[in-house]
Design a binder for this molecule. Sequence first.
Ligand SMILES: C[S@@+](CC[C@H](N)C(=O)[O-])C[C@H]1O[C@@H](n2cnc3c(N)ncnc32)[C@H](O)[C@@H]1O
Length: 280
Amino acid sequence: MKTKEELSSEQAAYWNGPGGDGWLAAYERIQRSIGDIGDMGLAAAAPQRGEYAIDIGCGTGGTTAALAHGVGIGGHVLGVDISETLIEAARSHRLENASFVVGDAATHPFKAHAHDLVFSRFGVMFFADPVAAFRNIHRALKPTGRLVFIAWRTPQENPWGTVPARAAQPFLPPMPRPGPDDPGQFSFGDRARVERILGEAGFHRLRIEPIDRQIWMGASIADVLASAGRFGPLARAFAGAEPAAIDKAKQAIAEALAPHEGPDGVRLPGACWLVEANAS
Ligand SMILES: C[S@@+](CC[C@H](N)C(=O)[O-])C[C@H]1O[C@@H](n2cnc3c(N)ncnc32)[C@H](O)[C@@H]1O
């Protein structure tokens, strides 16, 4: 079993390497896939004029910009991300009332009891020690502060993630299979686990609502295949495979996606939690 330090440095290496590069390269497509889910999170967060907010795992800063618009020039948003590549992209927004920092949200020394809102769109599932990380986040909030984040549910409820990977798997080197408590895309799938983590970290009045959506994967199967392997578990597996094996894997992905192709592109079911909690 890997130690928390090993898991944590694996995540940092991934998001400062292929994870960050892939996310940036595919961002336009990603935004089309998850933009509406993020908007539901932002609507629940309802940033108010003059508020102080943090965007955890802010990536390229799209949601930070939306929060900054909400809090206005009397407020401020801090975007924090472990990936230098993504923070560099986020800084290009040149927002008057937001700043960006490269840091691990689990340990970053946020100004204590100083923030009204902590928000995240898919940026909180990668902590090696989630209770410790959320304690750090909790400490950043004022007693009246609130937490709002979006996280994926289980792999079984997210065929957009599992169908291509399962089809490609027989032709590729083994893909990582994170344990139920390991960091990863689907690590917040178990509602009871999310409740336990947030409760132990000091949060109160949890509201956890499901969001179910068809996830747009690309304009056509050819379009999906053109970017397959740019990020996620497939990227790691493609990186270690021979070109002939990648061709076979792509052929298998195309066959698996065929039933999901329609006039407006390839769409598969996706499932998230919208999580809200209060600091006290
Ligand atoms: C799935 S991406 C989401 C990015 C962004 N929130 C968005 O929706 O476009 C996950 C992000 O979390 C960041 N991340 C992972 N672990 C982190 C940590 N411990 N502290 C801060 N950011 C982290 C990654 O670098 C990446 O940008």
